[in-house]
Design a protein. Structure first.
Length: 295
C-alpha cells in the first residue's frame, strides 16, 4: 500500500483493533494459566506461533535469511524474548491483569531512559523527560495503590516490571546490533525459535506443566499464537510500513487502558481511583515519550 504521512481513519481503526487484541491477550494469558503452567503455556505459544509464521512466510513468498550472520545478537534477542514471557506469564499468574498491564506497558519509559545513554539522537528532551517522570510516578502509584494491592501480589507486580525491562532490552538489541539488518520475519524467527526451545526446557523448573487443561485453555493458546505472536505482529508491521512509526507508537497508550478495562469487565477485578490515576499518568507519559515533532 502507498506510504502515508499521517494516521488516517483506516489506520486509526486498525491500531485501535490491535490495541484491543493486545489488551484481550492479557486476560487470555491469565485464563490459560488455569490449565497450563505459566512457562509451559508460553512455550506452547512460541512453538505454535513459529509454525504459523513459517507457513505464512511460505505462502507469501517471503524469505528468512541472515540468521547465520547474526548468530550471537540473534541468540541474545531470543533469550530476552524468553525472559520477557517468563516474567509476563508468571506476573499474570500471580497478580491482576490491571496491575500487571500498567507495569508491563511502562516499557517505553525504560526504553527512553536507556536510549538516552545508548542511542544517538535519542536524548531526553524536556517533553520526553516530563513524560518519563509522569509514567514512573504512575508505576509507583500502581504498586502502592491500597485498593488493589490486597488482590495483587508483589512478586507478580515485580515480574511485570521485569517483563517490561526485557521488552526494552529487545528494542535496544534490534537498534544496536546486526539484527537490525534482518527483515521483520527473520527477527521474529530468532525470537520465537529460541524461546520455543528455552521455554519448553525450563518449564518443568516452574512447577506442574498441566493444571487442569480444557478446551478453553487450548483455545487461549491458539488465540495467543495466531492473533498476537505471529499474524498479529505481521499486521502491526504492515501498519508501520504504511504510517509514520511515531504516530503508530503514540497509540500504544491504548493497550494498558483497554487491559485495565477488560480486567474489570471480564474478570471482575477491583478498579479504584488510585489505579485509574496511575493508569492516567502512565498513558500520558507514554504519549509524551513517543510523540515526535514533525519536520
Amino acid at each position: 500500500m502507498e506510504r502515508r504521512d499521517s494516521i488516517d481513519l483506516t489506520g486509526a481503526a486498525g491500531l485501535v483493533v490491535f490495541a484491543g487484541v493486545l489488551a484481550l491477550n492479557q486476560v487470555v494469558i491469565k485464563l490459560t494459566n488455569g490449565g497450563f503452567g505459566p512457562v509451559f503455556a508460553a512455550g506452547l505459544r512460541s512453538v505454535l506461533a513459529l509454525g504459523l509464521l513459517m507457513i505464512w512466510v511460505r505462502l507469501r513468498g517471503k524469505r528468512v535469511s541472515g540468521l547465520r550472520a547474526t548468530l550471537w545478537p540473534g541468540l541474545m534477542l531470543g533469550c530476552l524474548f524468553t525472559l520477557e514471557f517468563i516474567f509476563l506469564f508468571i506476573a499474570l499468574d500471580l497478580t491482576t491483569v490491571s496491575r500487571a498491564s500498567i507495569l508491563f506497558y511502562s516499557m517505553p519509559c525504560w526504553l527512553a531512559l536507556a536510549a538516552h545513554f545508548t542511542l544517538p539522537g535519542e536524548t531526553l528532551s524536556l517533553r520526553r523527560a516530563t513524560g518519563l517522570a509522569l509514567a514512573m510516578a504512575g508505576v509507583v502509584w500502581a504498586l502502592l495503590d491500597p485498593h488493589t494491592r490486597a488482590v495483587g501480589d508483589l512478586r507478580g507486580d515485580l515480574a511485570a516490571v521485569g517483563a517490561a525491562l526485557a521488552w526494552a532490552g529487545i528494542a535496544l538489541t534490534v537498534r544496536l546490533t546486526q539484527v537490525s539488518r534482518l527483515n521483520a520475519e527473520s527477527q521474529l524467527v530468532w525470537q520465537l525459535g529460541v524461546s520455543a526451545v528455552l521455554l519448553m526446557v525450563l518449564a518443568p523448573l516452574f512447577g506442574d506443566l498441566l493444571r487442569d487443561p480444557g478446551w478453553l485453555h487450548v483455545g487461549g493458546v491458539v488465540f495467543q499464537s495466531l492473533f498476537v505472536a505471529s499474524l498479529g505482529y505481521v499486521f502491526w508491521l504492515g501498519l508501520i510500513a504504511i504510517y509514520p512509526a511515531s504516530d503508530v507508537a503514540a497509540f500504544s497508550f491504548l493497550s494498558p487502558v483497554l487491559s485495565v478495562a477488560m480486567g474489570w469487565l471480564l474478570l471482575d477485578e477491583p478498579l479504584g481511583p488510585g489505579l485509574i490515576g496511575a493508569l492516567g499518568l502512565v498513558a500520558v507519559g507514554i504519549v509524551l515519550i513517543n510523540r515526535r515533532r514533525r519536520r
